[in-house]
Structure formats: structure tokens, C-alpha cells
Write a protein that binds this ligand. Structure first.
Ligand code: ADP
Ligand code: 5GP
Length: 211
């Protein structure tokens, strides 16, 4: 008996974007715990490690000169100067390697990076992540206790402008309660994997239908 010619959807590039302090990296970590078959793509950044952060685990920490060299060498899928100071970028090679190996890959980027990925990689699953109030973003930035007051004020001012972009994304997750947000992200990824437009190419139609 012939098998039906349905081809599974290829691997997904899942992008979490939203203001700083929204909970993107927390949600991404939770998603990776629940989905060990999905790869994480580490960012390259010129900022210094915070607290317990380690090179190669949280970020690839590089000098300004190294960041510029790699940017000019076209090694980044997207890059942004976040808060006017530090460079952050998604290395193209990491994403391509995962997708070519048939593995989905997840990445958090700021809203500028989200816009670049939308333009250069429209097949990416674009998710906007945000808590339902500004006060909660502020509370999170304070409890994270990694930024000075001036940095928090800057991040909140940027957040107001970034929030205006939410309708440009495919999906919205309100990151108020972590487990509920993680369930929402699982549901989005499951549904995207089932999209017929993502399935492999249809085989040529047979010239005469089988009896
Ligand atoms: P982002 O990656 O968007 O900048 P983080 O994931 O670093 O944000 O989260 C900012 C702070 O908020 C951290 O201290 C984190 O523990 C906390 N946080 C993240 N998600 C939630 C949540 N759903 N509920 C409560 N606190 C959260
Ligand atoms: P943080 O300094 O708090 O780790 O990150 C600051 C902001 O940069 C966050 O909104 C984070 O999501 C974003 N960011 C992290 N990695 C990248 C990246 O590779 N590209 C872009 N455009 N933004 C990133």
C-alpha cells in the first residue's frame, strides 16, 4: 500500500522579541528545558558579563574590534546597538547549522533585531513577549538587580517605543505567569510545525490517477 506523500515541516527558527526585562531569556530557558531537541543560538555581545554569566554559556563576549570585524565579514544574521552602547548580534552560522541539521533553533533578540529578522528571514516564527503592564517591566528590571538606575530609566524609555511594534509580529505572549507563557510558546511552536505552508514540496501530480 502506497504511503501518503506528506512531508514533515522542516525545522523552525523561533525568535522571541520584546522590551528588555520582558522575560524573553527566562521564557527561552524554560522552553529549552521542556524541548531538549531544540537548539539555542548564543548571541555575540560587546557588553561585559553580569553576575554569574559565563562566556560560551550565556553569551559570546567579544571586544568592540572583534564585533566590528565579524559584522564587516557579514557573519551576523542581524545585529543591533542596544541602548546606544553595546553591540548584540545573532551569528548566522549557528542558526544555519541547526536548521541544516533539521533542528529547530530559538533566539531572543531586541526589537531592532526582530525587525531585521522579519526582513531577512521571513520564515522565522516571530513572537513578541511582554508582561501586561509597564510597572511589571520596571519591577522585573529592579528585581533582576543587574542595572543601575540610569540603565533602568533608559531601558524603560526604550520599552515604550518598542511596545508600539507589537502588531508587526506573528504571535503575542503575555509573560505574566511563566508556566502559562511556556505553555503558550509550546502551542505556537506546535501549530507552526503543523502549518501546511511549511511542509516539504508537494510531489509532481501523477499523470493518471491510480485506480
Ligand atoms: P529579558 O530577557 O526580556 O531582558 P529576563 O528574562 O532577563 O528578561 O527577565 C527579567 C527579570 O524578570 C528577571 O529577574 C526574571 O527572573 C524576571 N522574570 C522573567 N519572567 C518572569 C515571569 N514570568 N514572572 C516573574 N518574573 C519574571
Ligand atoms: P541584556 O544586556 O539584558 O542581556 O540584553 C539586552 C537586550 O538585548 C535584550 O532585550 C536582549 O533580548 C537583546 N539581545 C540579546 N541578544 C541579542 C542579539 O543577538 N541581537 C539583538 N538584536 N538583541 C539581542
Amino acid at each position: 500500500m502506497a504511503e501518503y506523500p506528506f512531508l514533515p515541516a522542516p525545522a523552525l527558527f523561533i525568535v522571541l522579541s520584546g522590551p528588555s526585562g520582558a522575560g524573553k531569556s527566562t521564557l527561552m530557558r524554560r522552553f529549552l528545558e521542556r524541548n531538549p531537541g531544540v537548539d539555542r543560538c548564543l548571541s555575540v555581545t560587546t557588553r561585559a558579563p553580569r553576575g554569574e554569566e559565563r562566556d560560551g554559556v550565556d553569551y559570546h563576549f567579544v571586544s568592540d574590534a572583534e564585533f566590528t570585524r565579524r559584522r564587516e565579514n557579514n557573519e551576523f544574521l542581524e545585529w543591533a546597538q542596544v541602548f546606544g552602547r553595546h553591540g548584540y548580534a545573532t551569528p548566522r552560522a549557528g542558526v544555519v547549522a541547526s536548521l541544516n541539521a533539521g533542528r529547530s533553533v530559538i533566539k531572543d533578540v531586541d526589537v531592532q533585531g526582530g525587525a531585521q529578522i522579519r526582513a531577512s528571514f521571513p520564515a522565522a516564527v516571530q513572537v513578541f513577549v511582554v508582561p501586561s503592564s509597564r510597572a511589571e517591566i520596571e519591577r522585573r528590571l529592579r528585581t533582576r538587580a543587574t542595572d543601575t538606575e540610569a540603565q533602568i530609566a533608559r531601558r524603560l524609555a526604550e520599552a515604550d517605543a518598542e511596545l508600539a511594534q507589537w502588531r508587526a509580529y506573528d504571535h503575542l505572549i503575555l509573560s505574566d505567569e511563566l508556566e502559562a507563557a511556556a505553555l503558550d510558546l509550546d502551542a505556537i511552536v506546535r501549530a507552526e510545525r503543523l502549518r501546511i505552508s511549511r511542509a516539504g514540496p508537494a510531489p509532481a501530480s501523477p499523470s493518471s490517477p491510480s485506480p
